[in-house]
Design a protein around this ligand. Structure first.
Ligand SMILES: N[C@@H](CCC(=O)N[C@@H](CS)C(=O)NCC(=O)O)C(=O)O
Length: 213
């Protein structure tokens, strides 16, 4: 195993973002699965890595890093050579705004701990979860579609190379499909996500590839 180790969970969107970034930057890494369903992320061993009890955590350069977007920005700063963040301040602002629209506004409402709590309050937990996912992911992606209605959008969320925003989008679309969210009003968003998903760095990061064998 290399010195770079990603502590992740195969279906975690935040981990999926970091897997894509590591692949795009061709950084070799090993993976350690932290099983969210059995609560491994709340046990002392993982809390030592990430006191928030969340995945991912990335061991790299002798440090243990948390927060997927802060990790992606660290990788972009220390391993230049990709356009994960554009060179110009306005471009960086836009890529961060698109990224945060997903990672800070959609994703937290659909996190495991939040959704389990919603299910515990409901008479029909499965139906409540489906309705919750469809509402918050659907509304969030409709807003994202409007954000993409911008001259700076190209073949990807910002211009014609994948950026941090695309790293956030692809896992979110994976989740949307998992929960049968109606994406018919988000054609541009879906087209960009599907274009990204075909690239080798994204293919290699797919949850099906990361699932424990
Ligand atoms: N803002 C954090 C979010 C991390 C996060 O919420 N991870 C999820 C998996 S995608 C998790 O560990 N959930 C466990 C839980 O909700 O109990 C990041 O981007 O790294």
């Amino acid at each position: 195993m290399t010195d770079t180790v990603l502590f992740d969970y195969w279906r975690s969107s935040a981990s999926y973002r970091v897997r894509i970034a590591l692949n795009m930057l061709a950084i070799p890494y090993g993976s350690v699965s932290v099983d969210l369903l059995s609560g491994e992320h709340k046990q002392a061993e993982h809390l030592d890595r990430n006191p928030q009890g969340l995945v991912p955590a990335l061991q790299i350069d002798g440090h243990m890093l948390t927060q997927s977007l802060a990790i992606v920005e660290y990788l972009a700063e220390t391993r230049p050579g990709t356009a994960l963040l554009p060179a110009d301040p306005l471009g960086r602002q836009r890529v961060r705004a698109l990224s945060y629209a997903i990672a800070m506004d959609i994703h937290p409402t659909c996190n495991l701990g939040v959704v389990f709590h919603v299910m515990q309050q409901a008479n029909d937990p499965e139906a409540a979860r489906s309705a919750w996912m469809r509402k918050f992911i659907g509304e969030g992606l409709q807003a994202f579609e409007r954000l993409l209605d911008n001259p700076a959008t190209g073949g990807f969320c910002h211009g014609n190379t994948p950026s941090m925003a695309d790293l956030c989008l692809v896992p979110q679309i994976y989740n949307a499909r998992r929960w049968n969210v109606d994406l018919t009003s988000c054609p541009r968003t879906v087209a960009i996500a599907d274009r990204c998903a075909a690239l080798p760095a994204f293919v290699a990061a797919h949850p099906d590839r990361a699932a424990p064998q």
